[in-house]
Design a protein around this ligand. Structure first.
Ligand SMILES: [Zn+2]
Ligand SMILES: [Zn+2]
Length: 300
């Protein structure tokens, strides 16, 4: 199983797209502006979309993608399954697919054969899509939200875990501490100077991530990819993470193999090996902040 990072930024800018991950070539986890990096053919291969929550940076690409795919399948039956919490579906219906902002593709081109169909889910539930298992994880955000864990069905396959947007959520860490995690993608939206804002909006700062990583089992050795960084805060967040790692070498954050995730990277989960690698066709990446290699690279 492989996970291609289409976007993992906290907001947009040139070469900077918001959250969306492509699992193999048919499952999308979140549909932020990163969806725009897919070709029409690639979009047409997607059968299922799993949304973490209804915030714009995670859904902005959904309406136009469904429109594009629907047009490409004109005259042929094709429905994209969109999985989300009931509150998320309700928000999408009322504010996006409402016939004003955008057509209601859950009833078009016909209610019996719509371009997309919503499927409600809740934390703790498990879905299967063509040999991949998707478990819905708890999250604590300013609107109803979830995270996801995805793995190949075959025995022994490790989980790719994505926190979605969340503050400190002990239930999330309790659950993943019992999983064979191959790679964890977790948000760290703000620097420590924005702690108050992070607490209000239920996001993480480096200090709060350190608090979370204390809940990792001592023998956990999977890479931790930080994501959803606000672009203006990137150098500060990375230097704060580095400083925490150095200050508490024996603690959770000191032991964790932390790395910043970038759009265009592919996380390959094969057996026990997790190998981040570049795509065949390179995509423009956000320029690295000029602070050197502040985080330890993930060992092979
Ligand atoms: Zn959010
Ligand atoms: Zn977000």
């Amino acid at each position: 199983m492989k996970v291609r990072v289409l976007g993992c930024s906290g907001t947009i800018g040139r070469d900077s797209d918001t959250t969306s991950f492509l699992v193999d070539d048919d499952i999308l986890v979140d549909a932020g502006t990163g969806v725009g990096r897919l070709t029409l053919d690639e979009m047409c291969r997607i059968s299922d979309i799993f949304l973490t929550h209804a915030h714009m940076d995670h859904i902005a690409g959904l309406p136009m993608m469904v429109d594009a795919v629907s047009a490409a399948y004109m005259g042929r039956e094709h429905t994209i399954n969109v999985h989300a919490r009931p509150e998320t579906v309700d928000t999408l219906h009322r504010h996006m697919f409402n016939g004003e902002v955008w057509p209601d593709f859950s009833r078009l081109p016909s209610p019996r054969r719509p371009a997309m169909r919503f499927h409600m889910l809740e934390s703790g539930q498990v879905r299967e899509v063509a040999g991949r298992i998707i478990e819905v994880l708890p999250a604590e955000h300013s609107v109803p939200a979830v995270g996801y864990a995805v793995r190949a069905r075959r025995g022994g396959a490790p989980w790719w875990v994505f926190s979605g947007d969340t503050g400190v959520c002990p239930a999330f860490w309790q659950r993943i501490s019992r999983m064979d995690v191959g790679a964890l993608v977790i948000e760290t939206a703000f620097s420590n100077r924005c702690t108050e804002l992070a607490r209000l909006s239920l996001h993480l700062t480096p200090d709060m991530l350190a608090e979370c990583l204390e809940l990792m089992p001592p023998d956990a050795n999977y890479p931790v990819y930080v994501t959803h960084l606000k672009p203006s805060e990137i150098p500060l967040i990375l230097s704060e993470l580095k400083e925490l790692k150095e200050r508490f070498p024996e603690r959770g954050i000191g032991r964790a193999r932390i790395q910043r995730l970038l759009a265009g990277e592919v996380i390959e989960l094969a057996g026990e090996a997790v190998v981040p690698m570049a795509e065949t066709v390179p995509m423009p990446l956000m320029p690295e902040p000029d602070i050197g290699n502040v985080l330890a690279p993930v060992a092979a």
